[in-house]
Design a protein around this ligand. Structure first.
Ligand SMILES: Nc1nc2c(ncn2[C@@H]2O[C@H](COP(=O)(O)OP(=O)(O)OP(=O)(O)O)[C@@H](O)[C@H]2O)c(=O)[nH]1
Ligand SMILES: [Mg+2]
Length: 464
């Protein structure tokens, strides 16, 4: 991999999470040709020790007039190329919290030898200097931002080179076919005839695998970003009670007055490894109350945006015309789960009575937010609607950028097939095949412009 846009400035940033009262240690990273010089001027080492690469030094950061000790630190030089970025790197390990580390960073910047790093700039330099490949850099970022065990596991597969190997393999297979074609373009008469059918079979095969990767990536996206589940229903059916019961928190206010919840209320949780955002909404009904109307409008918005809708109704009333109207409003493509709540209120002596059976008929889950009856089944059905079992069996997960490119690569192979059907000359076949290979190169970062690279890393956090 080679890039033609060298970076020259020395950059610095705090590369650990910082918050008041949090973290025992906070680290400042300085990268670039001036890193050592800056380290030497900012950190006064014990006994004026000289800075050697890969040796930990103890020292103090003093204020400009040397009158005040800002922090007691450990400092660490990693001379190029044996560092994360491949440049000279100095790390200053300060005490955690907010103030000392920020003051030390200010001292670093006050040397006027370094500027603040842009988001993702350290990792970008690591990629530019060939220390890590692009997919690995992205996977590290995904590991850091993972919100569930499975998301972290998939990120690790990327770090271990799983995605890179897969894309390399597709590229090799397509390059083999491309070289066969190009040889025919130039030396058709001197070579044995090309088996077009066999070539197309190979292209078909790679295309199918790419489509599979795209489908898997959609699942990955769910576990990485979480699933939005909106709880929808008429007033007083127990939407807020359901939210509180599942989240095991007293998040929402519950009263016996219809129209209690106004603003949508979100709570995040992990259900069997799947990150979920559960959204309680205002009960939907015709109302003259202006505030309630605004809440109801928001309920409709949440219903439309959600990945999964829980439509909850009150078993003591049974399924009503109003519930039916709500069911019809849920977008067709959205997964839904119909929950009959308050089963504890059904007349126990007549649980099997015709009237009760009728009330329960529509419900996919019979539930009581009060007693917890049916909770296991509710979670099981919910996870099924979220595609949890497919998620658990995922082995590889492209991120959105990689997925879009894989999708384009699959379409580009479709174009090769179209050309083949029209029996056009070999050099027409090569155009789309070369384009597909270029798209695969873009996934792995082997062929990528400065602009795109900047865009990728700008989504990272500062200090990464
Ligand atoms: N017996 C029984 N009562 C329940 C159950 N779930 C909720 N309730 C009661 O029903 C009433 C309404 O509950 P909420 O959870 O506030 O209902 P909601 O759908 O959020 O109501 P709005 O926010 O007004 O739309 C409260 O008095 C709850 O205690 C249940 O499973 N069994
Ligand atoms: Mg409510």
């Amino acid at each position: 991999m080679s890039y033609s846009f060298p970076t020259e400035d020395t950059i610095a940033a705090i590369c650990t999470a910082i918050a008041a009262g949090q973290g025992g240690v906070a680290i400042i990273r300085i990268s670039g040709s001036k890193a050592k010089e800056i380290g030497e001027s900012v950190v006064t080492t014990s006994k004026n020790k000289t800075w050697e690469s890969h040796q930990i030094m103890h020292g103090f950061v003093l204020s400009k007039d040397k009158a005040e000790r800002i922090d007691e630190v450990l400092a660490f030089l990693m001379a190029a190329p044996k560092s994360f970025t491949g440049e000279d790197v100095v790390e200053i390990h300060c005490h955690g919290g907010l103030i000392a580390v920020q003051r030390v960073l200010e001292m670093v910047l006050a040397t006027n030898q370094a500027r603040r790093a842009l988001p993702g700039e350290f990792t970008q330099r690591a990629v530019l200097n060939g220390k890590i490949d692009l997919v690995k850099a992205e996977s590290i970022n995904e590991l850091i931002t993972a919100r569930s065990h499975k998301a972290a596991q998939l990120a690790m597969t990327g770090i271990d080179g799983g995605i890179q190997r897969k894309i390399d393999m597709f590229r090799e297979r397509l390059l083999d076919q491309l070289s066969e074609l190009e040889a025919r373009v130039d030396f058709e008469d001197e070579l044995p005839p090309l088996d077009g059918e066999k070539l197309l079979e190979e292209i078909n095969d790679v295309q199918k695998s790419l489509i599979q990767l795209v489908n898997d990536a959609n699942q990955r996206s769910i576990i990485h970003h979480g699933i939005n589940i909106a709880i929808i229903g008429r007033p007083n059916v127990g939407k807020s009670s359901l939210l509180n019961r599942i989240s095991k928190k007293e998040r929402a206010i519950i009263t016996n007055l219809p129209g209690t919840t106004r603003d949508p209320l979100e709570t995040e949780m992990i259900l069997k490894g799947v990150p979920i955002k559960l959204i309680d909404t205002a009960g939907i009904r015709d109302s003259d109350d202006e505030v309630e109307q605004l809440g109801i409008e928001k309920s409709h918005n949440e219903m439309i945006k959600a990945d999964v809708v829980i439509l909850i109704y009150d078993l003591t009333f049974g399924w009503t015309q109003k519930d039916e109207e709500l069911l019809i409003m849920i977008p067709k493509q959205t997964s839904k789960l119909i929950v009959g709540n308050k089963c504890d209120c059904l007349d126990k002596a007549h649980k099997q009575s015709e009237k009760n059976l009728q009330k329960k008929k529509i419900a996919e889950v019979i539930f009581s937010a009060k007693s917890g009856e049916g909770e296991e089944k509710l979670i099981e059905e919910l996870l099924e609607r979220c595609g949890a079992s497919e998620i658990q069996s995922l082995e590889l997960g492209l991120n959105e950028r990689q997925k879009d490119l894989a999708n384009l690569a699959a379409s580009s192979l479709e174009d090769v097939k179209k050309v083949a059907k029209q029996n056009l000359p070999w050099d027409f076949w090569t155009i789309d095949l070369r384009h597909t290979i270029k798209l695969l190169n873009e996934i792995t970062g082997d062929e990528i412009s400065e602009n795109i690279l900047n865009r990728i890393f700008s989504r990272f956090c500062i200090g990464k």
